[in-house]
Design a protein. Structure first.
Length: 208
């Protein structure tokens, strides 16, 4: 069934190209010949389960723990400061209703609370940006290490294309072309050889 779809799509593409050439009077035979020469003789496809990669590749597992810990620390810091600010604001309102402050005192305290709130918002933005930057570093390092490994892996396997399968982004794929376990095993083996470095340093190693 898959071969029929592939060949059917290929035939349709050839027909479409022929129609375009017939409509265009300028000669394009040389370009068509060049495309035929570089086209692979056989379409060899494989795919990798992204979810399995994220949960079984040691680099991903270690870095996920780092990001999770960083996220918890950020949430804890913001929650503590937020609760302290809320408590101070509630105390101010209570004493204000009891006429415990002069007008000048009330204005000073209110200005101080507003500054604390602005500082908290700035802190939230800064910590969020730092976390996003750390996440981007991880994604880049993961992409680089995967690309680096696949280049070496495919020298012998000779796949025309290797797809990433996540959820239902591929409607159907024969398990016979699933190379997830091979990729994970190879990545973990390569990762263990350089495991003396921290996960954040793997990007530099992956490019070597």
């Amino acid at each position: 069934m898959t071969k029929k779809l592939i060949f059917g799509a290929f035939a349709f593409a050839v027909m479409a190209c022929s129609a375009l050439v017939s409509c265009d009077k300028s000669p394009k035979q040389d370009t068509a010949e060049e495309q035929k020469q570089v086209a692979p003789a056989e379409l060899k496809v494989a795919y990798v389960e992204v979810d399995s990669l994220m949960t079984q590749y040691e680099f991903c597992k270690e870095y996920s723990l780092i990001l999770e810990k960083k996220s918890r620390n950020i949430q804890s810091t913001l929650q503590q400061k937020g609760q302290a600010l809320q408590s101070a604001a509630n105390n101010f309102q209570q004493k204000l209703q009891q006429n415990a402050y002069t007008r000048e005192q009330a204005e000073q305290i209110q200005a101080g609370l507003q500054k604390q709130n602005a500082d908290l918002e700035a802190l939230q933005q800064r910590l969020g940006a730092e976390f996003q930057e750390e996440t981007n570093k991880f994604n880049t390092a993961l992409h680089d290490s995967l690309q680096h490994f696949l280049e070496k892996f495919n020298k012998d396997k000779k796949y025309t294309i290797i797809l990433s399968k996540s959820g239902d982004n591929i409607l159907y794929a024969d398990k016979g072309i699933d190379i997830t376990n091979q990729i994970i095993a190879g990545l973990n083996k390569a990762y263990k050889k350089g495991s003396s470095s921290k996960p954040a340093e793997k990007k530099a190693e992956a490019k070597k």
